[in-house]
Design a binder for this molecule. Structure first.
Ligand SMILES: [Fe+2]
Length: 351
């Protein structure tokens, strides 16, 4: 997947982004521009200066050349304005040389007009460029404000989760770091990686809606209790989808217990229906759970967890994400503290 460009990066200094180019197509606009210049050249050459009234029309046509120059700047920025001005000037120069050769006084007037065309092309191009840069800056500011609001909203949710269940909050933070480390092994855009990070941070937020006696029950869960637990992706997605700009995050979270073979929940999606981010999140979640101490078992070592995931993960975990997890060295695993703790716990249990 290609990395998305920031709004300003997409706009070349000489030809800023222009919505009308996207709508109508550069080729069509360039053709319209060339045709309008050509029509003006033909009309200009055809209207004689024999009578006073036709001379007026001739002069007006000379002024009308400014319109395609402005259109060139509006449609193609500085380059468009200058190129159209050069084209108009060249045809006008030909007209001067053919029709007005040796008429010095008139020629001075005409060459001044060529100067006006070129200056107009440059100035209108620069004005359009300034306007487009302003537009791009405004869009960038709006995006930043939206992103800040989103991150603050998510931070609020994570804090709420911490008050309800601090263990789950810590688990979410570990999963988030690991998911980003795995995600960075894929050719994902910065925006997608950020969505993955935020989705991982909130993936178990839905446990807020699961009663304590089920959430912390040490014994095996009944079918009804399991169904209550399995509603947590739905609850999380419902909470997240109410935050502006968090729809994609809500979708990733909704899918974090889906399995490639379709045996997951809540929708029983198959591999290709599950977003890559949800595959990665699931692998990070399972790894983090295995290498963490649970009341019913010691934490697994890094290698043991990977072996178990490879064996058990057939159809249950995305193979590419597993490979990416395997490719992470100790230095890549941002959750090294937890791994070291796991190693220590494991050693204690072995004694
Ligand atoms: Fe979960």
């Amino acid at each position: 997947m290609e990395r998305e460009e920031a709004p300003l990066a997409g706009a070349a200094w000489w030809a800023p982004e222009a919505p009308h180019r996207e709508r109508l197509g550069s080729r069509r606009l360039a053709l319209a521009l060339s045709a309008s210049v050509l029509i003006l050249v033909v009309l200009h050459a055809a209207v004689s200066v024999g009578t006073h009234s036709s001379h007026v029309v001739h002069v007006v046509l000379r002024g009308l050349y400014l319109f395609p120059i402005i259109a060139g700047a509006l449609w193609f920025g500085l380059a468009g304005g200058l190129l159209t001005a050069v084209g108009v000037s060249a045809s006008y120069l030909a007209h001067i040389l053919v029709s007005w050769r040796g008429q010095t006084m008139e020629n001075v007037n005409q060459f001044a007009m060529i100067g006006v065309y070129l200056a107009f092309g440059g100035v209108s191009g620069l004005l359009v460029r300034a306007r487009e840069r302003q537009r791009a800056l405004r869009i960038a500011e709006e995006r930043l404000a939206e992103r800040t609001a989103l991150i603050e909203g998510i931070a609020g949710l994570v804090a709420a989760l911490g008050f309800r269940d601090d263990y789950t909050r810590q688990h979410c933070e570990r999963v988030s770091e690991l998911a980003v480390a795995i995600g960075s092994r894929f050719d994902m855009s910065a925006e997608r990686l950020e969505a993955l990070r935020l989705a991982a941070l909130t993936h178990d937020i839905g446990k807020i809606g699961v009663p304590d006696d089920i959430l912390y029950k040490p014994e095996a869960l009944s079918q009804t209790e399991r169904a209550r637990i399995e509603r947590h992706p739905h609850i999380a997605s419902e909470i997240l989808s109410r935050i502006h700009g968090a729809r994609d995050i809500a979708e990733i979270v909704l899918c974090h217990h889906e399995c490639p073979d379709g045996s997951g929940y809540p929708r029983g999606l198959r591999a290709e229906q599950i977003p890559l981010e949800a595959h990665i999140l699931r692998v990070a979640d399972v790894y983090s759970a295995l290498t963490d101490v649970r009341t019913y078992r010691p934490a697994l070592r890094h290698g043991q967890a990977l072996d178990l995931m490879a064996e058990w993960g057939q159809g249950k975990l995305d193979e590419e994400s597993l490979r990416a997890l395997r490719s992470l060295g100790a230095a890549d695993l941002t959750d090294q503290k937890s791994i070291l703790e796991s190693e220590a716990n494991h050693a204690r249990h072995e004694r």
